[in-house]
Structures are given as C-alpha cells and as structure tokens.
Design a protein around this ligand. Structure first.
Ligand code: UDP
Length: 254
C-alpha cells in the first residue's frame, strides 16, 4: 500500500494514485484541524466513520441524479473516486445561523434564516478561506457562469435531500460545505460533487435537545467527538451499534 504514489495530502485525507487512469484512492485520516490549522488533534476512529458516512450520503445523492466523484468504498478508511480538477471554491449552504455567519452579520446562533443561503469562499488557507461574491468569482475566473449555476442548483438539491434524510433521524442539518470538481471525459467536461460530506463538513444538531453531533465538538472542546460521529452513523443505519464499533487505528481491513 505504501508504494502507491501519493498525489496530495490534506488535513483530513490523503489522495493516492488509483488503479486505473482517471481514478484516485482517498484515505480518510483521524487527524482534525480547526481555526485555519491553529487547533490540531487526532480523533481515533474519525476517518473510518467519515469514510462510511460520506459513502452513504454520496451514494444516495447519486441515486437522485447528483453526479459525484464517489465510485466505491475499498475498505475501512479508503474509497475509490474519480479524479477531478477541484474548483477553488468552498460552497456553503446554511439553513440556521451558526459559525462564521453569526460573527459576520451579528446573528444569534440557532436563528432560522429566511431561506437557505448559499455562500462561496475562496479555498486559500493563507487568507483563511475568505467569503467571496459571484462578482469576484466571475472577474477572477475561478469558475465559469455555467459552473456557478450548476454548483448552486446542485447545492440546493443536496440541501433539500439531506435536510429530509437527517430530519427523518431527528437531526437538523444546520449548514454544510461542498466542493466541486471538473471531470474530464474525452472532450467533455462536467461539474461533479467532490471531497466528502461528513460531520467534519456539516453542522448537525439533535432535533430534540440541540446536542451538537459534528466538528463543533472538537472546535469548542465539548468532548465526545467520535461518539457523536458514531451516533450520526448509527442513526443513518450505517453502523449498527456505535459504541461497539471496532476501530483499527489506521487499519485498512474492511
Ligand atoms: N466548513 C468546512 N470547511 C471549512 C469551512 C467550513 O467544512 O474550511 C463547514 C463547517 O463545518 C460548517 C459550514 O461549512 O458546517 C459553515 O462553516 P462556517 O463558515 O460557519 O465556518 P466555521 O465556523 O466552521 O469556521
């Protein structure tokens, strides 16, 4: 495994060359970072859970016609994905005010937003991923007009679908972040959903008591981070019994 060519190493994932041209293997690590890398930690079992949760959510989105980079899960920590050229934007969708929008616009955490709000941030760690307008995106050519239209419409469909899926298991989808990529097929290029969808990239609150079931537990030192992710997996029916989940640190067996 270690002889595979590493293409990229990010904060929570490593990408290796895939078995066929145009494919990559995404390896989900247990590392966690927050506040633009100022806070770092290792959460044993997080990678296993995010691999499974992201597989589950991406597979369901594919079934409703959202094109994604996900091909199949290979083992506990790895999935086979389509190679794409990542569009350098983070697309954030918010239903409830939380996180950075509260500071930016003086909103109270938990306030319902008038309608789902889609925001774009430039993927640039040195600048702290600043919010940018569609005017900036167009002027600097980070994404084309059709790509912007595709990203917004897919994001709103993902929001409708996942809000319903989570509500059915008593979880509120507060907000989430998506990344998209350009997938080249011969002369054709299309925009597809990439990266991951997991409690690292979503805010998920228990509908009954408001308990946070996402990365805010790490950001705010609330403890029980992996237990909360396992609870999300368990409610979605992915992991049958969360506490007994057998996690092999950095293990690769399925
Ligand atoms: N998010 C993410 N990666 C980032 C920034 C945000 O996955 O680099 C997710 C975050 O987990 C939340 C949503 O996007 O679900 C909105 O995040 P926000 O802008 O409020 O920033 P934060 O408070 O996380 O810094």
């Amino acid at each position: 495994m270690s002889r595979r060519k590493k293409i990229y190493e990010g904060k929570a994932k490593i990408l290796y060359e895939g078995p066929e041209k145009g494919t990559l293997v995404a390896h989900f690590k247990d590392d966690a970072t927050a506040f633009n890398n100022e806070k770092k930690g290792t959460l044993e079992g997080k990678g296993v859970l995010n691999n499974r949760i992201s597989e589950y959510l991406m597979s369901h989105l594919a079934k409703i016609g959202i094109p994604t980079h996900f091909i199949k899960r290979l083992n506990m920590r790895e999935q086979l994905i389509r190679q794409v050229e990542i569009i350098p934007l983070e697309v954030i969708c918010r239903n409830i005010a939380a996180g950075s929008i509260c500071k930016r616009l003086g909103l109270e955490e938990g306030a319902a937003l008038p309608r789902p709000i889609v925001e774009f941030c430039l993927k640039n760690d040195d600048l702290g991923d600043p919010v940018v307008s569609e005017e900036h995106v167009a002027a600097f050519g980070w994404a084309g007009p059709q790509e912007m239209e595709d990203m917004v419409s897919m994001t709103l469909r993902v929001n409708d679908f996942l809000s319903g899926m989570f509500a059915a298991v008593n979880i509120r989808l507060v907000d989430f972040k998506l990344e998209f990529g350009r997938h080249y097929e011969g002369d054709m290029v299309r925009t597809i959903l990439a990266d991951e969808i997991s409690p690292d990239s979503c805010r998920l609150w228990d509908l009954r008591d408001g308990k946070k079931l996402d990365k805010d537990r790490f950001r705010r030192d609330l403890g029980g981070v992996v237990d909360a992710y396992a609870e999300v997996a368990r409610r979605l029916g992915i992991m049958k019994e969360s506490p007994a989940l057998k996690i092999i640190p950095n293990g690769k067996s399925a």
